[in-house]
Design a protein around this ligand. Structure first.
Ligand code: IMP
Ligand code: MG
Length: 179
């Protein structure tokens, strides 16, 4: 009997990163970050929900002590260029004195990250850097730097490996375009 609603990958198109490519990029990022923070402990701040799958893999690729916290934000309106977002679930822990790495599944316009960085700076971390598993090749606000990127991708809508289209496709183990 065919499963109701079809398979997990129904409706997806070209695969941009398959499982092997994802594993390779996570391993590389884990080694690079671990080396950069060799004498420190890292406080990962993951931006829900798109970063969840990447975070789980990245954590296990780190060899330095690491703690984790989560934040969830909702963009005001559908498409805004103001970069104004609302915090749906704030961090549980203070950032003061911590070496913070903000972890995103995907960076597109960079407006979410720009807002988060401004907000987090006011909480007096010792340092703050950014990591996105995928980054779209496009213009972004001048105030953001992506310190660690798994892979740059074309400016197209992608799903899988935690990234959704209306909450669907997060469970795909690869990253693909929507067809
Ligand atoms: P921003 O445009 O960099 O602020 O990205 C905002 C958020 O939009 C990301 O954290 C994702 O949740 C979502 N997003 C942007 N592009 C994509 C995509 O191609 N697939 C799935 N989600 C996306
Ligand atoms: Mg989404």
């Amino acid at each position: 009997m065919a499963p109701v609603g079809g398979g997990a990958g129904d409706g997806v198109g070209e695969v941009l990163l398959d499982e092997a490519a994802i594993r390779a990029e996570v391993t590389r990022l884990g080694a690079e970050i671990s080396s950069d923070y060799a004498d420190k402990s890292l406080h990962l701040v993951a931006v829900l929900k798109g970063s969840a799958v990447f975070l789980a893999d990245l954590l296990r690729a780190l060899t330095v002590p690491a703690t984790v916290d989560f934040i969830s934000i909702v963009p005001y309106g559908q498409v805004t260029t103001s970069g104004v977002v609302r915090i749906r679930k704030d961090l549980d822990e203070p950032l003061e004195g911590k070496d913070v790495l903000v972890v995103e599944g995907i960076c597109a316009s960079g407006l979410s990250l720009s807002y988060l960085l401004r907000n987090f700076q006011t909480r007096r971390p010792a340092s703050i850097k950014t990591c996105a598993f995928v980054a779209k090749r496009r213009e972004r606000p001048g105030d953001i730097t992506l310190h660690y990127v798994g892979r740059e991708i074309p400016d197209v809508f992608v799903v899988g490996y935690g990234l959704d289209a209306q909450e669907r496709y997060r469970n795909l183990p690869y990253i693909a375009r929507l067809s």
